[in-house]
Design a protein around this ligand. Structure first.
Ligand SMILES: Cc1ncc(COP(=O)(O)O)c(C=O)c1O
Length: 405
């Protein structure tokens, strides 16, 4: 039996993410060093604290720990999130917050709330593949705007929006990852953040700000002040802000949040009721306790030092082995080195050779909604050990040489 005639148009449009696909490939290649997945390093997870907290929660004294809960989220955690936000300059009321099952669900709910088939969503070129999937599933037409060193090119953004509207298209929102963007590692400058907010008001467009990496700035290249969310200066309710505990505590809990005006959050609540009723009760309680016991607070500095070190290891290996083969960005935080191959070599060709050499990465074109970026690649330094970073870069250098022959 074939099922094509049963699938919806939305299901037809679904595509596997390039990153997930690489995960499948990686699982089949023994001894592969992966620069593909942007996973946090599990050695940084506060295992002891989690074990202690989970054991206490599973004594059965609190029956709610394994029960359904409010769609909005576990109240003490929703309150904690308010405090976390305040440290980033965002003031919010309880009614303006909602816990999501990962920020990925936040993006899916954004798509459900704001996109009708054919609506235009503006995205950075390149942009996060998970957002591309969520918006594509809702049958949005994504239009990319090129980026400069300090983020999206404002003149190109305005020109694109104006042109689309003149052609009768509905432009709903601009999706941005201002802090250490996945995949480029770019940090949007503070002036540009203010200009984006002003632009969104002038053009009556919503801003969807996705900020999972804000805590992970590298102290040798960036400061906390430079990561100030756009949402912090949003006085008129233009910005829907998403963030997550995936990169600061652990992604396995799938606990994240969205902040938006109360009227919008009420809609998120309705959409989430249909999606999963509520985020995991146990997960939310573990995160709440981790915050309450100071675990989250201790993570920040530790993680910044840890990933800054990893970045240095990868950057110096790249300088030594690959300086003539590719040009890479100097990220100021986050998990990624973004590289452009010299001589317009095709990254897909390099990937085939790389897998033979037992190293993987994500081809850059997966992050471009316009099919460009064929000579780019994303190298994630977050998970491999120092020795693997060095060895992986050597393998990549061999693979690029082979691909050039
Ligand atoms: C930019 C961006 N947004 C959202 C997510 C999803 O995070 P979560 O684990 O909270 O679903 C990721 C994960 O890598 C990401 O890089």
């Amino acid at each position: 039996m074939t099922y094509e005639r049963f699938f919806s148009r939305g299901a037809d449009a679904m595509r596997e993410s390039a990153i997930r696909k690489m995960g499948g490939v990686a699982a089949r290649v023994p001894d592969l060093i992966s620069f593909a997945a942007g996973y946090p390093d599990p050695t940084t997870f506060p295992w002891d604290a989690f074990r202690e907290i989970a054991a206490e929660l599973l004594t059965g004294r609190d029956p709610h720990a394994l029960q359904y809960g409010a769609t909005r989220g576990y109240r003490p955690l929703v309150e904690d999130i308010g405090e976390v936000l305040a440290t980033h300059g965002i003031t919010s009321t309880f009614e303006e917050r909602l816990v999501t099952t990962g920020s990925q669900q936040g993006l899916d709910l954004v798509a459900r709330l704001f996109i009708d088939p054919g609506d235009v969503v503006l995205v950075e070129l390149p942009t996060y593949t998970g957002a591309i999937s969520a918006f594509r599933n809702a049958q949005a037409e994504m239009v990319g705007v090129r980026q400069e060193a300090d983020g999206v090119d404002l003149a190109a953004l305005d020109e694109t929006c104006t042109r689309l509207r003149a052609a009768g298209r509905r432009v709903k929102f601009l999706y941005v990852v201002p802090n250490f963007q996945n995949p480029t590692g770019l940090l949007i400058g503070l002036d540009k953040r203010r200009a984006l907010l002003e632009w969104s008001e002038r053009r009556d467009v919503l801003l969807v700000e996705d900020d999972p990496y804000g805590e992970l700035y590298f102290p040798d290249r960036a400061s906390r002040g430079e990561t100030r969310p756009i949402k912090a200066d949003d006085t008129t309710g233009r910005v829907v802000y998403l963030s997550s505990f995936s990169k600061t505590l652990a992604p396995g809990f799938r606990v994240a949040w969205v902040v938006a005006p109360a009227e919008v959050i009420a809609k998120f609540d309705l959409a989430k009721q249909a999606a999963d009723i509520c985020a995991g009760a146990l997960d939310q309680r573990v995160i709440h306790q981790a915050i309450h016991r100071g675990v989250l607070k201790n993570q920040g500095e530790r993680l910044r030092a840890h990933y800054q070190h990893k970045r240095r290891v990868m950057e110096s290996a790249v300088d030594e082995q690959l300086a003539t083969q590719l040009q890479s960005t100097a990220p100021r935080g986050g998990f990624f080195l973004w590289a452009t191959l010299a001589g317009q070599l095709d990254a897909e060709q390099v990937l085939a050779r790389a897998l033979e050499a037992k190293v993987s990465f994500v081809i850059g074109s997966a992050f471009y909604v316009d099919g460009s970026g064929r000579d780019t690649l994303r190298l994630s330094f977050s998970q491999p050990s120092d020795a693997e970073l060095v060895e992986g870069v050597k393998r990549l250098a061999r693979a690029i040489e082979m691909a050039r022959r």
